[in-house]
Write a protein that binds this ligand. Sequence first.
Ligand SMILES: Cc1ncc(COP(=O)(O)O)c(C=O)c1O
Length: 398
Amino acid sequence: MQVSTDGFETLAIHAGQEPDPLTGAVVPPIYQVSTYKQDGVGGLRGGREQGATDGPGRWIEGYDYSRSANPTRGALEECLAALEGGTRAFAFASGMAAEDCLLRTVCRPGDHVLIPHDAYGGTYRLADRVLRNWGVSYQPVPVSEPAAVRAALRDQPARVVWVETPTNPLLSVADIAALAEIAHEAGALLAVDNTFASPYLQQPLALGADVAVHSTTKYIGGHSDVVGGALIVTDSGLGEEIAYIQNATGAAGAPFDAWLTLRGVKTLGVRMDRHCQNAQRVADLLASHPAVTEVFYPGLASHPGHEVAAKQMRGFGGIVSFRSAGGEAEAVAVCGRTRLFTLGESLGGVESLIEHPGRMTHASAAGSVLEVPADLVRLSVGIETGEDLLEDLRSALG
Ligand SMILES: Cc1ncc(COP(=O)(O)O)c(C=O)c1O
């Protein structure tokens, strides 16, 4: 049993992951099962006391069907709740499934949502092409400017203020504590997509957010071998509502995916330290390179969000974006010239990736206010030997 004084790395390895009571297996087994024997009608096994206060995540009344609850998924959820400092977590089949579940849980037709004006393209697509058709309107705002958020809420009240920090792919930084106050004053919920930082670097719930959102596909999984998402909350009423919609709409994460994600999360702390170290070196190199016109990394003192990031993050993360002096054609060409940085979508794995957001991850935002610069390149800096990564970039940039 974990207690609240355990450190982050201890929780990552042990929370929700007590040795299996039946066999002593030191990692949670993969319960690859859809249904469970009942001891008489309604006699569910494996239940944990609902509402107990001795730790996060003790809400399962018993197992009847794996869409509703599964022990491997439950172990991951308990671990994520502990890492984010929440009381309850929900694991989904993808980050987008988590986002969709949250917004459909709290919004009704006629409601309004604020999203970052440089949000992840998939979040924009969900708001613009899916939820809008169901009567939920949205407005992009620069969430790095608290005054702009306050003004937008004054113009039109919102049900949710959706924040990503740092944002994908322009790495802008939002002040979570300030936005929590502004959102709550206006009667809105604050949801923070914490994918880029991971709970090791930043804990939105402790800063006043109502929900932490993750694509666990990224740093939490960490090995580019599983797609998943998560929501973590502190409020039990909101938790109940999310649980209901998650079960009713059915996008819960699969047992094997939960197991892979749990295996990944155990090393989150040590991985993030190395991601941050390597990314800072990469950002420093790019900042003085003649083939680069602008570097986006909150660890650079010149970054407009540097001070806020330093206040609310333990490190500055592993993503660095930059604009190529040679324009779009050169940005695309650089993506094809690296040896170690693999050209591919996604981020947050141990291996370094490079991509052209305008044509790849953020293509769905083309023509909108969220369109990203055509000469932008995004790097997910991995945990390989730092000097090898620098050499790879030097040679690709020419
Ligand atoms: C910040 C952010 N949020 C959410 C998502 C969506 O997650 P998934 O791809 O797991 O559905 C992504 C994916 O890239 C992301 O970068």
